[in-house]
Design a protein around this ligand. Structure first.
Ligand code: 13P
Length: 262
């Protein structure tokens, strides 16, 4: 089973508008030149998760870009339908405005905004039902790792997060150890490999044969200088990049590592 390699940039609540436009153009051009070099057959896909206002910008500027090179996702979706829900942006609207992917359950949503596993399950379902591909983000805190609870925590997050999702939908997982996010501290290749192997087993038990089609990304201080080692790990199907996705040279350096290991 060959899964795509997904190199994804999570811009979080960055950057400002003017530098953001340049960043998108540079990443878009760099991606097109790299992925078209092999005749368009690359198994590598590039996805950017900008803050929500960018969605409208991408659509209104769509004619300037090759949208097949860089896919766009949202960092969060509401599980509410259209209606009197002030401040919410649901999966259906995001999809209609050009999003193709949605992050769900990012650790910052969990720790800062109090999101729970059952909420993640509803958002995953809402995203998939509206035609978005959800990426369910899971990962343990440092405290949980030091208490030997890593496997238990990620298993629970995975099982609950996917519990409302029907078989036919396309989705991905991102393993992001919380202690490695934005800290410059990366998990060792051995730590990443064993958690990814565990996640694949849990996924097979929960979802059967279709589990082998699901990409599992790693995230947490991925940089150009560690990307090749991380992406070369058996069972790592891509990277979810935070800080390093805010500089085109470093994001494209990670993309080069993804292409080299594909
Ligand atoms: P950093 O790459 O900045 O550690 O962030 C990772 C992340 O949270 C991606 O979703």
């Amino acid at each position: 089973m060959t899964r795509p390699i997904i190199i994804a940039g999570n811009w979080k609540h960055n950057p400002q508008r003017i530098p953001g436009e340049s960043l998108f153009r540079e990443i878009s051009e760099g991606t097109i030149s790299r992925l078209s070099a092999d005749g368009g057959d690359s198994p590598v896909r590039v996805v950017l998760f900008p803050p929500l206002p960018w969605l409208g910008w991408f659509v209104s500027n769509a004619s300037q870009f090759d949208r097949s090179a860089v896919e766009i996702g949202v960092q969060e979706v509401s599980d509410r339908p259209l209606g009197a829900f002030t401040g919410e942006v649901g999966a259906q609207l995001a999809q209609q405005f050009g999003a193709e992917w949605a992050l769900v359950g990012h650790s910052e949503r969990r720790s800062i905004f109090g999101e729970t596993d059952p909420q993640a399950a509803s958002r995953v379902k809402a995203a998939a039902t509206a035609g978005l591909r959800p990426i369910l983000c899971i990962g343990e805190t440092l405290e949980q790792r030091e208490a030997g609870e890593t496997f238990e925590v990620v298993s629970r997050q995975l099982e609950t997060g996917l519990s409302k999702l029907d078989e036919e939908f396309e989705y991905a997982l991102a393993y992001e150890p919380v202690w490695a996010i934005g800290t410059g501290r990366t998990a060792t290749t051995q730590q990443v490999e064993e958690v990814h192997r565990h996640l694949r087993e849990v996924l097979r038990r929960a979802r059967g044969a279709s589990a082998d089609e699901v990409p599992i990304l790693y995230g947490g201080s991925v940089k150009p200088d560690n990307a090749q080692a991380l992406l070369g790990i058996d069972g790592v199907d891509g990277a979810l990049v935070g800080g390093a996705s805010l500089l085109s040279a470093s994001f494209l350096g990670i993309l080069d590592a993804g292409i080299a290991t594909a």
